[in-house]
Design a protein. Structure first.
Length: 394
């Protein structure tokens, strides 16, 4: 426990109103961690010893809305100045099965902190700036160590997702060698990953890939057998390292496309990607890759069929030592996507009846437009259409 000047985010009137309504409440978890790490504080979670019905009553007395968002788990959302703050009653674990926990309410702050995964996430902050740190999280944060609260094997047995969370937090807060006790427990706990839903696995893997540089964590995942467990169809950490090393964007789908070597459709099914995510993964891993020495006409032809984002993504994945790749990506981003200027009504305007011939003529003129570098305007395309109509037998 330590005292210090309250951080600036505690002065926020909306948050201050909630804390004033719940005098024993503290900010917990990620907000405390990020403040101590000198990072921006975004999501703010609050804990209190008051049971949910007492929290609701206290908020109402203070003129604040209380939304019962998770009463069974002790969570009430306090609405202050139009913003929501989750307020959760202190809890202790009664029973766990590797996926879900049965909890009971408590007034013991240390017991609540003990059920959190890592020491850096187990700290709490009173509104006067006092930090409560029962497990050495502040020292671990300063040292860049991600360490489980309590016995690592026990914590992993309680929830196997903590294996992936370890690598997520190591990617963002870890420095140097990881905690050996944690890695040992993770290796032993890999079989437990099988009981996790694909959605939970992808949610955590996505967050790992959103780190500024996830390559160290991904390499550790490979060494511990975790990568084989979640991407059994194949993974190539070196390809991800090349992408990140080249300055590729912080884009989890692009990074997944670099890391995974399995058939995109299979990877998407295994991770239960959304339809849009699967479509993009398949587009990044298949299709034509623009060449660094391609002229503008060739690039316009590609852009006429596919968005620049997809082509740039493929260029990131394919880019090697050739210095032409950065220039290619810049050219693709600057070229406007060509749009074929004719529609079916342009064919009908020439007196042709509706039918298969309309589509055939449009496709023929579009091939002509595309072969010419996609620069012909509507007037030129209509002239070509008339030529095609006169040329084809009626």
């Amino acid at each position: 426990m330590s005292g210090a000047a309250p951080p600036a985010f505690l002065v926020d009137p909306a948050l201050a109103a909630v804390l004033a309504a719940l005098p024993d409440a503290r900010v917990v978890g990620g907000a405390v961690r990020d403040w101590l790490a000198g990072r921006a504080v975004s999501d703010i979670d609050i804990a209190t010893a008051l049971p949910p019905d007492a929290v609701t009553a206290a908020l109402h007395r203070a003129g604040l809305r209380a939304v019962p968002t998770g009463m069974d788990h002790g969570t009430v959302t306090a609405v202050s100045d139009g913003r929501g703050f989750e307020v959760t009653t202190l809890r202790r674990d009664v029973e766990t099965d590797g996926r879900h926990a049965v909890v009971a309410f408590t007034d013991d702050w240390q017991a609540d902190a003990a059920r959190r995964d890592f020491t850096i996430n187990a700290m709490s902050l009173a509104r006067d700036g006092t930090v409560f740190d029962y497990f050495g999280g502040r020292a671990d944060l300063a040292a860049g160590i991600v360490r489980f609260v309590g016995d690592p094997a026990t914590r992993i047995a309680e929830d196997a997702l903590r294996i992936l969370r370890f690598f997520r937090f190591h990617a963002r807060y870890g420095r140097g060698a990881p905690d050996p006790a944690a890695l040992s427990a993770i290796r032993a706990g890999v079989p437990g990953l099988r009981i996790l839903s694909a959605e939970r696995v992808w949610s955590e893997l996505r967050r790992i890939l959103l780190a500024p540089d996830p390559t160290g964590s991904v390499a550790l995942m490979a060494a511990a057998g975790v990568l084989d467990a979640i991407l059994p169809d194949g993974a190539d950490p070196a390809a991800l390292e090349r992408l990140v090393g080249a300055g590729g964007p912080i884009d989890p789908l692009l990074r997944l496309a670099a890391l995974s070597t399995g058939i995109p459709e299979t990877v998407a099914a295994r991770l239960r990607l959304s339809g849009a995510e699967q479509e993009r993964l398949e587009a990044l891993r298949t299709g034509r890759v623009p060449a660094p020495d391609a002229d503008d006409a060739a690039l316009r032809r590609l852009l006429a069929d596919e968005p620049a984002e997809t082509l740039i993504g493929r260029a990131w994945l394919a880019g090697g030592a050739d210095p032409g790749w950065p220039a290619l990506r810049k050219r693709l981003s600057m070229l406007a996507q060509p749009v074929f200027p004719l529609e079916g009504r342009d064919v009908l305007a020439l007196g042709l009846p509706e039918g298969p011939r309309v589509g055939a003529l449009l496709r023929a003129v579009r091939r002509w437009w595309r072969d010419g570098g996609c620069v012909a305007d509507a007037a030129a395309c209509r002239a070509e259409l008339r030529r095609q109509v006169n040329q084809q037998p009626r």
